[in-house]
Design a protein around this ligand. Structure first.
Ligand code: CUA
Length: 338
């Protein structure tokens, strides 16, 4: 993995996603299976190449045109029997290897789903939208305590997390390659999966089912952290948004609430209660924006608000014709929502 990062210095390690660099129980199973297949197939491929080379060398190969009158070789009865024995052995070996791989595959998928029988203290609901992820942290004891965020998932290391997946429009697929396998989000048909992160770190997830124009930019940030960091994050995420503390932030909040922003977004603790677009209550605490498309910086944010179509064409958010002072104040306000 590190070698790939050094070949492509434009990527940082956290921007990479790899099913072969497992940080979760299921990803480890999948990665072991992948390597087993890889080495068995490499061995067979090498064996076939060696056999082809031996055959060519033994036949003393020369172009057919250089020996036009030579009759084609006729194998003897003994050679025929030998060829039959070799081919039959290879066919039997192929069938046995394929069955062995099939059973190993079945056992791997059983252990991938074995997490479902373990206690899962954390339940998340993930809703796919074109082209972003809505993430709800549920509280079984107090349903009103449900916290909604977008495009960023935090989980505690070593705990089984249950995911309920659904979609509001088309089929998407949840995939964080370093943590677990893929699972589809199907409109009207909730699916379930379980995952467990074994290592702390920040990993990139990606929608794995073609879902339209911006499918490639439907990413998410998956953060596995210690229990204390996770508890701190969740407690903070459940708070209402910070009230604006400077005149510019106050103006920004007024711009937000008096323009079309309020028709799509929710900011807890303010009159903005819409759920069409991502929840922005703690927008500034997220490292990426527009479903992992860009770093959450002032420049991208201002450009995004002014005209998202320029940087993520076909996205559902419309352009906003704001004066530069209003835009600046709005960015100030959004950047204060830690
Ligand atoms: Cu959502 Cu592809």
């Amino acid at each position: 993995m590190k070698e790939i990062v050094s070949i492509f210095p434009i990527f940082s390690a956290t921007e990479m996603q790899s099913a072969l660099d497992p940080a979760g129980t299921q990803a480890s199973e999948i990665s072991s299976l992948w390597w087993l297949y890889f080495w068995i197939l490499i061995a067979i491929f090498t064996l076939v190449l060696i056999c082809i080379c031996i055959a060519v060398l033994r036949a003393g190969w020369k172009p057919r045109e250089s020996r036009p009158n030579e009759p084609p070789p006729q194998p003897s009865a003994a050679t025929d029997r030998r060829i039959f024995a070799i081919v039959s052995t290879c066919v039997v070996a192929t069938v046995l290897i394929l069955f062995a791989l099939l059973f190993i595959d079945i056992f791997a998928s059983r252990s991938v789903y074995a997490l479902s029988s373990e206690p899962h203290p954390l339940s998340l609901k993930i809703i796919g939208h074109q082209w972003w992820w809505e993430v709800q942290y549920q509280d079984p004891d107090q349903p009103s305590n449900t916290m909604t965020t977008a495009n960023e998932i935090h989980v505690p290391v070593g705990k089984v997390v249950r995911l309920e997946l659904t979609s509001t429009d088309v089929i998407h697929s949840f995939w964080v390659p370093n943590i677990s396998g893929k699972k589809d989000l199907i409109p009207g048909y909730p699916t379930k999966t379980w995952l467990k992160a074994d290592k702390a770190g920040s990993f990139r997830g990606q929608c794995a089912e073609f879902c339209g124009h911006q499918h490639a930019h439907m990413r998410l940030e998956f953060v596995a952290e210690s229990h204390s960091d996770f508890d701190k994050w969740l407690a903070q995420a459940r708070q209402n948004a910070r009230p604006p503390s400077t005149p510019s932030q106050q103006r920004g909040q007024h711009v937000f609430l008096s323009n079309q922003c309020i028709m799509c977004h929710n900011i807890e603790g303010t009159p903005a209660r819409a759920t069409t677009g991502p929840d922005l209550t703690h927008f500034a605490s997220r490292t990426m924006m527009a479903a992992g498309s860009f770093p959450n910086t002032r420049g991208y944010l201002a450009g995004w608000i002014a005209n998202p179509q320029n940087i993520k064409p076909a996205v559902k958010m419309p352009p906003n014709a704001l004066s530069s002072d209003d835009l600046n104040a709005l960015v100030d306000y959004l950047e204060s929502l830690k």
